[in-house]
Design a protein around this ligand. Structure first.
Ligand code: SF4
Length: 501
């Protein structure tokens, strides 16, 4: 059980924390308790930033985070600064649970950053929620991070006092130390620290009067720049620009740092140039369908994946049923090409987020029903092509297949719009180690047998790349191919900072 109090004092550990905070005094039990939640790929985090003097930047950030909720549902936070003070407010929970009208009304400033978190490193506890705060003499910084570093152990040995358990804290600490000891401003400290980081890091960082956006040299995670009357915006996905009425200006380039202040937007390149490797799974699953990546809409790409899958692996069936919601565009594409009618056969409970309430055992046994419910009218007596975007661990998919059969389907042909997920991700997607991945050491037929389907086919990697519409743009495919674009630490650095509650 947990107990929540509001305090204006410092943290229990005497560490470095801004004044407006809500402290969870005892730890919320297990992270990711919701039924089947751990079965899906863990979302990457969402980052957002806005520089808009005279505007309600906290409210703009709130709505930006609202649009990025799908990228992380464990905690949310906003930092604001007005040139004099920098304040962070954050807590465990969804954006709408963490912030209310009085809280937002108390957050004033010309610039702000925000974060929605899924814990890919570090436990799900208040201390690890973001933005991370550090005071730096008369200044202060706040940092929001999407990704995973792969040299956390090395970095931890270089920075001084480490007060929390995430790679994001380490980065903030390293930047703050540099500002303190070398007397550098934020852009100079970032320029010094960033080249020593390895792995995936898309950042929104701020001090009291400047907003900075960074993408690592390989650009694993997306970040775009937008503008509106009197302001500039940084966002993980372009859909977060739309919600606040900002126009898309351009992607922040891999290896680029953009500094936004009263003089506008300045660009610099702190890293040696290299070929980009955007996470291919952003197209498959992470990103919203209404976002654009490499200039292509994600929805269009997913539809093309379905078309390619139909060409590659047609089936004799009566209906094509998507696993909502990320399987919908691929199912539409599959139906288009095969001529098999598209049909809703599963209803998603739209209001399921991450839950911290442990369901009763009897409910967990029916876990999938918390999230999806079948429509027997559509499924009964039919041969069904079931279309999903990926299979990671497989237990949920197995339950799903059984549920479709229980609803009367006489055949289930499973089509997956990505290749078998065989290798763990070290760049911000929480899939656990290799032993947890269903397809790691199984043939496609063995996976089909485990899932209890009549047939199973995955989209081939080249076809997936083509379906993005930008096959030569540069992608990370490590979880699908084993081809890691960076050195991967032997001792899995992802868990090096993990601590128990
Ligand atoms: S390993 Fe997979 S999930 Fe991770 S960044 Fe690469 S493509 Fe994305």
């Amino acid at each position: 059980m947990s107990r929540t109090t509001t305090t204006a004092a410092g943290p229990p550990d005497g560490g470095d924390r801004p004044t407006l905070t809500r402290v969870l005094e005892s730890f919320v039990p297990e992270p990711r308790l919701g039924p089947n939640v751990a079965e899906r790929p863990g979302e990457a985090c969402g980052v957002f930033g806005v520089y808009a003097p005279g505007r309600d930047t906290a409210r703009l950030t709130y709505f930006g985070l609202f649009a990025l909720q799908h990228r992380g549902q464990e905690s949310a936070g906003i930092a604001v600064a007005d040139g004099e003070t920098l304040t962070v407010y954050k807590d465990l929970g969804l954006v709408a649970q963490v912030f209310d009208e009085p809280t937002l009304a108390g957050l004033h400033g010309d610039l702000a950053i925000g974060h929605t978190r899924y814990s890919t490193t570090g436990s799900n506890r208040w201390e690890n929620s973001q933005p991370v705060y550090r005071s730096v003499g008369r200044n202060a910084i706040a940092l929001a991070h999407n990704g995973n570093l792969t040299n956390t152990v090395e970095l931890a040995s270089e920075v001084g006092q480490v007060v929390a358990t995430t790679d994001s804290e380490l980065m903030a600490q390293a930047i703050a130390e540099r500002m303190t000891t070398a007397g550098e401003d934020l852009p100079d400290a970032l320029t010094a620290v960033l080249p020593g980081l390895r792995g995936a890091f898309t950042l929104a960082v701020m001090d009291k009067d400047r907003l900075v956006g960074v993408r690592d040299p390989l650009g694993f995670r997306p970040l775009c720049l937008g503008s509106f009357d009197g302001g500039w915006v940084l966002a993980s996905e372009s859909a977060a620009l739309d919600i606040i009425g900002a126009g898309f200006v351009r992607d922040v380039e891999p290896g680029e740092m953009v500094i936004i202040d009263g003089d506008g937007v300045h660009s610099s390149r702190p890293f040696a140039p290299t070929d980009p490797r955007l996470c291919l799974f952003e197209f498959v699953y992470f990103a919203r369908p209404d976002s654009k990546l490499y200039g292509e809409t994600v929805h269009g790409a997913r539809r093309r994946m379905g078309r390619a899958l139909a060409t590659q692996a047609p089936a004799q069936a009566d209906i094509v049923v998507p696993v909502p919601e990320s399987g919908i565009p691929a199912a539409q594409g599959y139906a288009e090409v095969t001529g098999i009618p598209y049909s809703d056969g599963l209803v998603k409970n739209r209001y399921v987020g991450r839950t911290f309430i442990e369901p009763a055992q009897s409910m967990r046994d029916r876990g999938i029903r918390m999230k999806l419910n079948p429509l027997p009218d559509a499924l009964d007596g039919r041969r069904v092509v079931l279309v999903d975007d990926s299979i990671v661990r497989g237990s949920t998919t197995r339950q799903l297949v059984q549920m479709v059969r229980d609803a009367g389907a006489i055949e289930v042909h499973l089509r997956i719009s990505s290749p078998p997920y065989r290798w763990p991700c070290h760049y911000g997607m929480d899939t656990g180690d290799r032993s947890t991945l269903l397809a790691a050491d199984r043939t496609v037929q063995e996976v089909a047998d485990f899932l209890g389907v009549d047939s199973l086919a995955y989209l081939e990697l080249d076809a997936l790349r083509d379906a993005t519409g930008v096959p030569d743009a540069g992608f990370c495919t490590a979880c699908l191919s084993g081809d890691y674009p960076t050195e991967v630490p032997e001792a899995d650095a992802k868990f090096a900072l993990e601590v128990g509650p």
